[in-house]
Design a protein around this ligand. Structure first.
Ligand code: ATP
Length: 342
């Protein structure tokens, strides 16, 4: 039986993950769901972000369904690094997929009439760049303090993410970097971009600097199919694209290694400390992440059915308040699940 490791973790994650599981069950998913205690309470008690016995289980799972990590009581970056970044890095989940699809015109902040066509995918490099934690602080606490944060880019890492983007593009791949200012890393990205693009002559290609890409995403997001970029730019641009389709509550993501099949699916949002615990967080980002998970596991029809049910609930106005509705987190889960049972 397919084993899904469930890690709701903290804050909003604890509220949205049960709704995603409810929807998966309503869609007929026959998975063995195993939930593990990886959260701030556990960390504060033991000092271990992920206990050793849990790590072994996570390595063995067919996929991980993840909520969000973070807690006001835990200020040190070691917790975030020890949970989410460790999973991404050590399971080598080098592809971060962040799709943005507009399910209803009323959710877009843009005025254009043709925004309905927003349906793009950000393919973000997930294991390198500025997020590897290399660097340090020198002469800390003095007026002469120096802080260095290294931007790691490898031939293998850059090449494999570009290859992946070409594999999933329908119309066009747009590569986004800042090679005019970040010349060393940028030169490697440019070199491999040209090399990989040459192997895929049938796919249209375009290059944009990240500042121009941000502008174009607001000017006309319907022009984009697949955007491939590094860790930092992918993180930033995908918050922008989330806002174009209805906000943080609705955006899903997947972290995958296409070679090993290992994967982790999570909403783009974090723990939403400002609204968590009140039954008002939107579970759609987590539900759509679950739909991405079943697609990754080969169950295309089920994935399409879940997406269809989400679209129908949104269009009927059966949403949380961030999307203009008045339902609770649980009621939105019920609204989507009901459509799958009918
Ligand atoms: P963290 O430190 O865990 O990343 P954060 O506050 O930095 O938390 P998010 O949790 O992503 O970042 O929240 C950003 C904003 O989006 C907040 O105003 C939050 O209330 C809102 N938000 C996040 N998730 C949801 C959700 N599921 N439903 C509705 N609003 C949300």
């Amino acid at each position: 039986m397919t084993k899904i490791a469930v890690l709701p973790c903290d804050g909003a994650g604890k509220e949205v993950v049960p709704e995603a599981i409810k929807v998966l069950k309503a869609a007929g998913a026959d998975f063995d769901f195993e939930e593990y205690e990886v959260n701030a309470d556990q960390y504060l008690r033991t000092g271990e972000p992920i206990p050793a016995h849990v790590w072994g289980e996570l390595e063995r799972a067919d996929a991980i369904l993840f909520g969000a990590v973070g807690d006001p009581r835990v200020s040190d970056a070691a917790y975030l690094a020890g949970v989410l970044l460790r999973l991404r890095f050590e399971l080598d989940l080098y592809v971060n997929l962040r799709p943005a699809r507009l399910y209803d015109d009323r959710l877009s902040p843009l005025r254009r009439d043709d925004k309905r066509g927003i349906d793009l995918l950000i393919v973000r490099e997930n294991t390198e760049g500025l997020y590897v934690g290399m660097g340090g602080r020198f002469k800390k606490g003095t007026d002469h303090e120096v802080a260095i944060q290294e931007d790691l880019n490898t031939y293998l890492g850059v090449t494999r993410i570009l290859e992946y983007a070409f594999g999933v593009a329908q119309r066009e791949v747009v590569m986004v970097d800042k090679s005019n200012a970040m010349t060393h890393a940028g030169a490697l990205w440019q070199q491999q971009w040209k090399a990989v693009a040459a192997k895929h002559p049938k796919v249209k290609t375009r290059h944009l600097y990240v500042d121009a890409a941000a502008m174009q995403l607001v000017r006309d997001p319907t022009q984009f199919d697949v955007i491939v970029t590094g860790n930092l730019f992918g993180d930033i641009l995908s918050d922008l694209t989330a806002e174009l389709i209805g906000g943080m509550g609705i955006a899903p993501s997947g972290n995958i290694n296409p070679q090993t099949g290992r994967s982790l699916f999570e909403p783009v949002h974090g723990t939403a400390p400002d609204i968590a615990g009140r039954g008002v967080v939107n579970p759609i980002g987590a539900i759509l992440s679950a739909s991405m998970m079943v697609r990754h596991l080969g169950q295309t029809e089920m994935a399409n059915a879940i997406e269809g049910a989400v679209e129908s609930a949104i269009r009927a106005g059966e949403c949380t308040r961030d999307l203009g509705g008045g339902l609770s987190t649980r009621e939105v889960g019920d609204a989507v699940a009901r459509r799958l049972k009918d």
